[in-house]
Design a protein around this ligand. Structure first.
Ligand code: BGC
Length: 731
């Protein structure tokens, strides 16, 4: 590798202002090629001779910075001249802390930005020269006087550019590694659907879609005029701008204009929003043409597609896709707007199967799982949030991302090397659970989030009514089963863990199941006897005795019926609720839940204008009031995990072998959906499945790629083995 630079920083403290690190250099000989390698503690924007280098944004992305930071390489041959100026702007990004702001999860690594870069020129004669960061670089102020993901960004074009001095060495010790994640890029541009004058007499621009990214403006304006935008996801009951749910994330973008007409785009921040309020705007009228929303996320290829005969379910699918777009921005986040935007493991693990149907997320998760491995504790602990500089006491169903995510990524792409790499992480997590708590084969005690945001424990409780000890023990069994499957796929002897799994299941049965029912009123356990989530886990994780299966499934169905045909489940129960029903002969009820419109339901939010998936079943209530201001996101994908049921059961597509070399297609048609047409681009080609009604019969059309074998199971049980080609069946 060519010579490399030193980490440098500004000679003066710059607080939240972005600075520009610059170096002028001349070339004497004809150039063959030139490459720029860059990384930062912060986020950087590179330019060469005034032209932007590359088309990615918010690089180097977020890794476990105390362990490693990714380095990006750009071909800059075409931008070189005889006399050159390399200028790299650096903002605070994910790395730099904000003092005195008391933001929720103040997850930062350093108090100043730093840069590491090297531009290597290869001359036509084969010789090489490198211009790399050192203390001869000059540091300048920029128009960006404030930047932060939560707070927003200020660009002041009236400020004169000032030299802060020569760069000084920075003491960054972290390992610099090549990029393994996806690039982050601008993905979609959206024009306003309306410009509103709200009852409060405020101008609000509505982009019609909740997204993560920023607004690009094209404006002139007189010198010193100010434009201030605030971002929000919803309007309140009166139709006014609302963003109290952003908590400490001010999400304010300010421009101080200098009279020149230009494109104005934040360089170092992103916001989650559908609406922007023009808190200050120096013009009489608002020209929607001046506004463009730009959606930004990891550059994953789209792999899944879906449409059915029910427009509301199609909208739900749209909302799920956009939930993923808004939350797969370099790391899988809970939400993109309030003062979190963190790699919450629980949310990640419940959604990742759906995520891997919608988009090719292998690279995206390859990077994230490496950070999980780096941050795993000495005893196998897994944090709530990855990456994160602090240690957190593990929570069941969150820490289980350690087993679920590698397993699901293997299931989707069949990459054994990757599974092998993460197998030790999975094993250490299971070993951790084995040691945790007060019983050998159960996980009793500890701090858990439980069935987060479930509806069966009073409206204001964050954790649902299902016993946390039970959930922890159920996940202990589930993760151990996944570990054993992964180990067998890797050709290992997993008898020890199979035996462990059996003992955990036996201990759960002994403690929590009686007479064909769940019973959680044990030993001072404060939790309710029976919950939907209790049955969902018992059935879907195969915890109950085979002979009790029918009784358990009947109780689950009864609990749903007793609740008006609606669920009460939260983050833990919801992802598997429909599966637990359809695996036990109640696909009809699973469909009814999917199509339910009264809250709690997926379609309640759809009926209330959602364009992404809400955090709560009742984030905004019938009367337009909000669940609360403290924990209420309108772009939280967790419940969007229902798409893996639509795809896997309604359309019926499931890999029989990891990576879909062998695939089962066992559709479960229901007239209420009209038809289902879905496709997935797998590592073995594109598979599509289409079912629709013709009179009393259902017609099935399949396209099977040459490299795939499909076991096609009709609802009657009739089975056909299909290889590459187009097929038509009716029944
Ligand atoms: C996040 C969740 C997360 C939870 C942990 C919240 O603040 O937004 O989605 O999983 O905390 O319970």
């Amino acid at each position: 590798m060519a010579a490399f630079g030193k980490w440098i920083r500004s000679p003066q403290a710059t607080d939240l202002a972005a600075v520009s690190f610059e170096k002028a250099f001349s070339l004497t000989k004809p150039v063959k090629k030139a490459e720029l390698r860059v990384t930062a503690m912060g986020v950087y924007v590179p330019t060469l001779n005034g032209a932007r280098v590359g088309d990615s944004v918010l690089m180097p992305g977020w890794t476990a910075y105390e362990h490693r930071v990714q380095l990006q390489t750009y071909d800059v041959t075409a931008l070189l001249k005889k006399n050159n100026r390399l200028a790299i702007g650096v903002g605070v990004g994910w790395a730099v802390g904000i003092k005195g702001k008391n933001l929720h999860h103040h997850n930062r690594y350093t108090d100043h930005t730093s840069l590491l870069a090297a531009l290597t020129v290869t001359y036509a004669d084969g010789s090489e020269e490198t211009v790399a960061t050192d203390t001869t670089w000059q540091v300048y102020t920029t128009a960006v006087t404030m930047n932060d993901f939560y707070l927003g960004e200020t660009q002041d074009y009236t400020k004169r550019r000032r030299l802060l001095g020569a760069a000084v060495r920075s003491d960054v010790k972290t390992r610099v590694v090549p990029q393994t994640g996806e690039w982050i890029r601008e993905q979609d541009v959206i024009k306003p659907v309306a410009v509103l004058k709200t009852p409060k007499n405020e101008w609000v621009v509505d982009f019609g879609q909740n997204l993560a990214g920023y607004v690009r403006l094209h404006l002139g304006g007189s010198k010193g005029a100010r434009v201030v935008l605030h971002h929000g996801e919803v309007l309140d009951a009166d139709g006014n701008f609302y963003n109290e749910n952003y908590r400490a994330a001010e999400s304010r973008v300010t421009y101080v204009l200098d009279g020149r007409e230009r494109d104005l785009t934040p360089l170092f921040t992103f916001q989650g929003f559908r609406y922007v309020r023009l808190t200050e705007y120096p013009f009489e009228t608002v020209d929607p043409d001046a506004f463009t929303a730009v959606a930004v996320h990891s550059d994953m290829a789209r792999t899944g597609d879906f449409v059915c005969g029910n427009p509301k379910i199609n909208q739900l699918y749209h909302n799920i896709l956009w939930g993923q777009k808004g939350n797969y921005l370099d790391i899988p986040t809970d939400c993109p707007q309030r003062d979190e935007r963190l790699g919450w493991t629980g949310d990640t693990q419940v959604f990742c199967r759906t995520g891997a149907i919608n988009f090719d997320v292998e690279r995206f998760f390859t990077k994230w799982m490496e950070d999980m491995a780096l941050e795993q504790g000495e005893n196998g602990e897994v944090n709530w949030i990855i990456p994160h500089p602090d240690k957190q006491e593990p929570s069941a169903a969150w820490g289980d991302a350690a087993c679920v995510v590698p397993y699901e990524i293997w299931r989707a792409y069949g990459n054994k090397k990757l599974l092998k790499k993460h197998f030790p992480v999975m094993k250490r997590w299971v070993d951790y659970m084995h040691r945790a708590g007060d019983a050998e084969f159960l996980w009793l005690g500890g701090t858990h989030f439980g069935d987060w945001l479930a509806m069966d424990n009073g409206e204001d409780n964050l954790s649902g009514a299902t016993s946390k000890d039970y959930i922890a023990s159920a996940y202990f069994a589930y993760s151990t089963a996944l570990l054993a499957k992964a180990g067998r796929a890797l050709g290992r002897d997993m008898r020890e863990y199979e035996a462990l799994h059996d003992r955990v299941v036996a201990a759960i049965r002994a403690r929590y199941f009686k007479d064909g029912r769940t019973d959680m009123t044990v030993d001072g356990d404060e939790w309710k006897t029976e919950t939907q989530t209790g049955y969902v886990l018992a059935l879907h994780f195969e915890l109950c005795d085979e002979k009790d299966r029918a009784a358990f499934a009947a109780r689950l169905a009864a609990l749903v019926e007793e609740n008006g045909g609606r669920m009460t489940t939260g983050f833990v129960g919801t992802p598997y609720l429909l599966h637990a029903l359809s695996e036990n002969g109640r696909t009809d009820l699973a469909y009814s839940l999917l199509l339910q419109e009264k809250t709690p339901s997926w379609l309640y939010a759809v009926n209330h204008g959602a364009t992404t998936v809400w955090e709560h079943w009742n984030s905004q209530k019938e009367d337009g009031s909000f669940w609360s201001t403290s924990m209420n996101s309108f772009n939280h994908y967790a419940y969007g995990a229902v798409f893996d049921w639509i795809f896997g059961v309604a359309a019926g597509i499931a890999p029989l072998t990891a990576g879909y070399a062998k695939t089962r297609v066992a559709p479960h048609p229901d007239r209420r959906l009209g038809f289902v047409k879905t496709a997935i681009e797998t590592r073995h080609g594109a598979l599509s499945v289409y079912w629709y009604y013709r009179g009393e019969r259902v017609v099935y059309e399949l396209t099977v790629p040459a490299d795939m074998t499909v076991e096609f199971v009709l609802p009657s049980g009739k089975t056909h083995t299909l290889t590459g080609g187009k097929y038509l069946f009716g029944e």
